[in-house]
Write a protein that binds this ligand. Structure first.
Ligand code: HEM
Length: 452
């Protein structure tokens, strides 16, 4: 599709604070979240220089919608995603064009509601195992505990047979290393990849180990013919395109599994850790949740049917994801594009921050305040649909959204029914920019709910 471009009457405004050669890289490196949040003040489209490379940041809900939905055909994934290829290969999050469309069709059945119901049993069992492992008065690092829950849940929904055990183990050991070094890798110039600095070495080694173990498990599972199980691996191995009859090769399966691991672990862990932190700061909200869980679930195990009935839990999760969401996403134009009245040629890097969008003062009242009641049915209409897109929008929208609602709701309902968590004095969690704005540490003490 060709777009006739009007010559821009004025240049795209440049964010202040650029320095020669490095551009805004230092500002982005020092305080990424503050920097991204500040950009809307300079316009709906703002130029930022990463070193010498210009990146155009869309700061309004309307322009983000243009990029992700209305003009999505003229964009592919940008530089940020190119840098993740050593880990994710050509999996769903990094693939473009026809490959993306074909794989998305093949993988979608893994996230069908019926499948999510099947995974819910694993989620519930893992949440119970976690809650059972705590003792009264114990100090827990919630960020680490929730990362453990998220990784364990992904690993056991992917690989349910004993053939998959080495992969579960490799995920446990290597995924945290990969995630820790992922943003450093994505944000630094490509030139640095070859430097043997520790974050690069650790990232490369852990990504390579993860991929080779998954390779072995995929091949062994295929050889064994044991693919009739309900796990993600079986579904993806059996997937066949209705239109073409094609299925995924072993290396394509490995890329998709690695992608799901990196896309689904930190995001979920961070959301849960922030939720426990916010609830401890707002005991009246916590009490509402405890009452709701007692009424809907009672003493039994939490099931997938409970999830839509836990409306107050959902409002809290919505508010946590709004406040601490995905830091920055990127796209690259594949055709000339007009965005906010500016002409962008082919090959232009465009970025947007869901974190900044969700804290935009023009879109939310008191945007930095934790207020789950803003999601009550009678107030929800105050928020425009385009302004709240925690899972993205358009053809690249998160494939795991229903998975994570189920997983996070089950974890919260299971833990809150048993335990009251309170912060360990002396540490206030700080946001650290990675794929999402995750907390540095959330040290908490657990108290039995009945005695609370
Ligand atoms: C709170 C948790 C999560 C958040 C906030 C989140 C957010 C997102 C966002 C914003 C995107 C779109 C990226 C873009 O437009 O460039 C995305 C894509 C994706 N997410 Fe999630 N995600 C979460 C959990 C998960 C889980 C649990 C899984 C898998 C089990 C998952 C798998 C994926 C995949 C495969 C993609 C790429 C989709 C595509 O391009 O077709 N995510 N996620």
């Amino acid at each position: 599709m060709s777009v006739e471009l009007r010559p821009a009457a004025r240049p795209v405004p440049v964010a202040p604070g650029a320095v020669p050669l490095l551009g805004h890289a230092l500002r982005l490196w020092r305080d990424p979240l503050g920097f991204l949040k500040s950009l809307h003040a300079y316009g709906d489209l703002v130029r930022v220089n990463l070193g010498t490379m210009p990146v155009y940041v869309a700061t309004s809900a309307e322009l983000v919608n243009e990029v992700t939905v209305r003009q999505a055909r003229s964009f592919e994934k940008g530089r940020l995603f190119d840098r993740l290829r050593p880990l994710a290969g050509n999996g769903l999050a990094t693939a473009n064009g026809e490959i993306h469309r074909r794989h998305r069709r093949l993988i979608q059945p893994m996230f069908h509601p019926q499948r999510i119901s099947a995974y819910a049993g694993v989620m519930s069992a893992n949440a119970r195992a976690l809650a059972d492992s705590w003792t009264p008065g114990q100090h827990i690092e919630m960020e680490a505990a929730m990362a453990g829950y998220a990784v364990e849940t992904l690993a056991s929904t992917m690989f349910s047979t004993d053939i998959g055990l080495p992969a579960v183990q490799a995920v446990r050991e290597n995924l945290p290393v990969v995630l820790k070094n992922m943003l450093i890798r994505a944000a630094s110039p490509k030139l640095l990849d070859r430097f043997p600095i520790k974050p690069n070495r650790d990232f490369d080694a852990a990504a390579a180990r993860l991929r080779s173990v998954i390779d072995e498990v995929v091949a062994a599972t295929r050889r064994s013919g044991r693919t009739g199980y309900n796990d993600l691996l079986s579904v993806v191995l059996a997937a066949q395109d209705d239109e073409t009859g094609e299925s995924l090769s072993d290396s394509e399966v490995r890329d998709e599994l690695s992608t799901i691991l990196f896309a689904g672990a930190e995001t979920t862990a961070s959301t849960l850790a922030w939720t426990f932190h916010e609830l401890a700061r707002h005991p009246e909200v916590e009490q509402q949740l405890v009452d709701e869980i007692a009424e809907v679930v009672g003493d039994r195990q939490v099931t997938v049917e409970d999830v839509p009935r836990l409306a107050a839990v959902r409002r809290v999760l919505d508010e946590v994801i709004r406040l601490h969401g995905v830091t920055m996403l990127m796209r690259r134009t594949t055709a000339p594009v007009e965005l906010g009245g500016f002409a962008l040629p082919v090959g232009t890097e465009v970025a947007f921050s869901l974190y900044a969008l969700h804290r935009h003062p023009g879109l939310y009242k008191e945007p930095d305040r934790f207020d789950p009641d803003r999601w009550l049915p009678e107030r929800r209409s105050e928020i425009d649909r385009q302004s709240y897109i925690p899972f993205g929008a358009g053809n690249r929208k998160c494939i795991g959204d229903a998975f994570v609602w189920t997983e996070a709701t089950i974890a919260l309902a299971t833990v809150l029914a048993r335990w009251q968590l309170r912060p360990v004095p002396g540490h206030t969690p700080k946001e650290v920019a990675s794929a999402v704005a995750h907390p540095d540490r959330v040290p908490m003490t657990v108290h039995p709910r009945t005695a609370a």
